[in-house]
Write a protein that binds this ligand. Structure first.
Ligand code: DGJ
Length: 702
């Protein structure tokens, strides 16, 4: 709800309030919902601004930086208008959140240039996240250059925040990192043309008063700045990275920054629940939004590039036998591709590897009773490809320079409309001729040789993103029933921008269960389990060489959308039987596992997750022992999210017996674990992780 009294505006979500003063462009309050009858005008302002600009005596990092026609940088935006709009405005060319709610629009004008700055705050009736964006309109008579336009500025009171980020690398995405920020400036950013494996745009600033969380609905270069200044103020800025950024704005033109989101909650668990609800309701869209996701079998780690039709069909028939629902043909089915040195861009069938081509292979897969899914990497081009031979100018390259090759490939210049149209045609054709029900959209390298003829260098990164979004938007609209899963050499572009098109995302190329616990744990802070692809792969694991029991691999994968990614034809009957049991268990509990409330469980030597049904009548918790300490009586866990007044029957998957315990006991008493994990088995398998799935069913209320 948005209430306005003169220049004072109060925005209430279910559990939070934000109070602004429009004329002075100040935040007066952001935190737990205000319940008293305090007059908004009595709230003490302590110079916490909603935007900032050079040319004033605010020397903290600015949110807006323009190069004026006169060569100066100063602006002096003054309040001009406040409006409350009922329909959430779309952001031209960019993905953004959607849904019922209201938007506050604040307009400021720089009197000497007539440039306008518009700020938007959108609320939804059913969630605690506020979407914020910014736009510039050039009302001047001459060109101006936008050198920075951050989407969101929040000035927090105090300089004692711990800043939490989610960092890593390929196969090590979104590891939680924290540091206390009492002075100086901290950047969390990406300059590689993708939201990146290295630093996700999701960040949190926490202190005793609670947790402020931020994210950006964008898949390219981003920057989150946190500055503690001398005024006992911590400024948080979120937006497009201004690295190599210089956007020319002609008279009358607009520049829209992507949407950012912010959320306040008293704890990290609450932030995650609020962010998850927002992503599930207001970011993910289309037919798959609320649909249970199929259990898939993907051939990548099973075969890599070495497959033919016979091998694929053999894996697919085992997939059907264990109860999987979808078979996904990964990289290597097109052109003359036998390894990663060629054929990207040649999206026509390799007959030798697919039998009679994609259409006939897909038919044979369907005849087995499975849906068919296909892998593509649309934004790339191999130099050894027919596409490159006929259109070398489609590649992203700086004239006269040797391009940087990553994974032996170049990128397409997606900033060029001709190239975008080619990609739309080629990929629509793949989907149409195979009738694919699922598409995995991969992106295996980052940007280096940013150049496009006729495109200003300072505009390139963002023009690429606009081109990319135009393409994914056209393709996903053309095939509304297809389930798209995004991928970027694992989870290198898992962000809110992509989730507007792809209801699922491949979380990481690291499928080792122990490693996945940390990766999925980090991912879960901002993103719900419904979007996280999680596969059971072979043991020893291909990335780490570590051995993990089959059930532990499965239990960890239950924390995301389940798949199997190994050569099922190489497994014993006993292993196939176990997998069939796993798939049956997963399907039986799929609604809870994919759409329940997700909590992280931590204790000494123990890490896990717990998923609780919305009505809190049932729950499943995965608990993993990370190290081996024989006869360790202190291994224990407290469970979360249950109804404290209800009594639950608690049992362990695969073990006989159950106990009845109250939700209050399960939450507040450390439940000892030692007896549950077979000591002899652990001794014989040192180095492995062992897991248990706990099942909770409500028996009675208090
Ligand atoms: C990277 C992906 O993350 C993998 O799952 C696989 O699809 C390979 N690319 C194929 O090249």
């Amino acid at each position: 709800m948005i209430k306005r009294k003169g220049h004072f505006i109060r925005l209430d979500t279910i559990n939070t309030s934000l109070v602004l003063r429009a004329d002075t462009a100040e935040y007066l309050y952001y935190g737990p919902k205000l319940v008293s009858a305090t007059e908004l005008s009595s709230l003490p302002g302590v110079n916490r601004k909603i935007f900032s600009q050079p040319g004033t005596n605010d020397y903290t990092e600015p949110s807006v930086l323009l190069e004026n026609a006169d060569g100066g940088f100063a602006t002096n935006f003054q309040w001009a208008r406040t409006r409350i709009v009922l329909e959430k405005p779309e952001i031209m060319g960019l993905p953004s959140s959607y849904g019922e709610g209201k938007t506050l629009e604040l307009k400021y004008v720089d009197p000497s240039t007539r440039v306008q700055l518009l700020l938007y705050y959108s609320l939804f009736d059913d969630c605690d996240v506020i979407a914020v964006s910014a736009k510039l309109v050039n009302g001047a008579r001459k060109d101006i250059h936008v050198r920075r336009l951050m989407s969101l500025q929040l000035d927090l009171y105090g300089a004692d925040y711990e800043l939490v980020t989610f960092e890593g690398a390929w196969a090590r995405e979104r590891q939680k990192r924290a540091r206390v920020l009492t002075s100086g400036i901290f950047y969390n950013d990406s300059k590689c043309g993708a939201s990146s494996h290295a630093r996700n745009p999701f960040v949190m600033a926490e202190n005793a008063s609670g947790v402020y969380a931020f994210n950006l609905v964008y898949s390219g270069n981003h920057k989150e700045i946190c500055e503690c200044d001398g005024a006992n103020r911590t400024r948080v800025l979120v937006g497009i990275n201004d690295f190599m950024f210089d956007w020319k704005l002609a008279p009358g033109e607009e520049f829209a920054a992507p949407e950012a989101v912010m959320c306040y909650a008293p704890s990290e668990d609450q932030v995650s629940l609020r962010m998850h609800a927002f992503v599930s309701e207001h970011i993910v869209r289309g037919k798959w939004k609320k649909r249970e996701r199929p259990v898939l079998v993907n051939n990548w780690e099973g075969t890599y590039f070495d497959f033919d039709e016979e091998k694929l069909l053999a894996i697919a028939s085992k997939a059907k036998a264990v109860g999987a629902e979808l078979f996904v043909l990964d990289d290597g089915w097109f052109g003359k591709r036998q390894d990663d040195t060629c054929s990207l861009g040649d999206w026509y069938d390799n007959i030798a590897k697919t039998g009679g081509g994609l259409a006939s292979l897909a038919e044979k897969i369907r005849a087995l009773g499975l849906s068919f899914g296909i892998w593509v990497e649309p934004e790339m081009i191999s130099e050894d490809s027919d596409l490159y031979r006929s259109h070398p100018n489609y590649a992203m390259k700086v004239p006269g320079r040797q391009p940087t090759r990553l994974r032996n490939q170049l990128m397409l210049n997606m900033a060029d409309e001709k190239v975008q149209n080619y990609v739309v045609r080629a990929i629509c054709d793949v989907i149409a001729r195979s009738g694919a029900e699922y598409v995995k959209w991969d992106f295996n390298r980052t940007m280096t040789d940013c150049f496009g003829k006729g495109i200003a260098v300072g505009e390139y990164f963002h023009r690429y993103m606009l081109g990319y979004y135009r393409v994914v938007s056209k393709i996903t609209k053309r095939f509304p029933f297809v389930l798209f899963e995004g991928c970027a050499g694992g989870g290198g572009r898992l962000d809110l921008g992509n989730l507007c098109y792809f209801p699922q995302y491949w979380t990481s190329d690291d499928t080792d269960a122990r490693e996945r616990i940390a990766i999925q744990d980090g991912t879960s802070y901002a993103y719900p389990q419904t979007v996280m692809g999680a596969h059971v792969s072979a043991s020893p694991n291909h990335q780490t060489g570590d051995t993990t029991p089959l059930n532990s691999r499965f239990h960890v994968a239950c924390g995301g959308v389940l798949g199997y990614e190994l050569d099922l034809t190489k497994l014993s009957q006993a292993e196939l039987h176990s997998i069939a049991e796993q798939v049956a268990f997963y399907k039986e509990n799929r609604k809870l596992l994919q759409f329940g409330d997700y909590y992280r469980l931590y204790d000494r030597n123990v890490n896990g997750f717990m998923i609780v049904s919305k009505d809190r009548n049932s729950a499943i918790a995965m608990v993993a022992l990370l190290e081996h300490h024989p006869a360790d009586p202190t291994m224990s866990v407290r469970f979360k999210g249950l109804n404290p007044g209800a009594v639950y029957e608690v049992c362990v998957r695969g073990q006989d017996g159950s106990v009845s315990l109250g939700g209050d006991v399960l939450a507040n008493t450390p439940i000892p674990l030692e007896g549950l994990f077979d000591y002899a088995q652990r001794q014989a398998n040192s180095g492995c992780i062992f897991t248990r799935l706990f099942l909770f069913k409500k028996q009675k209320n208090a």
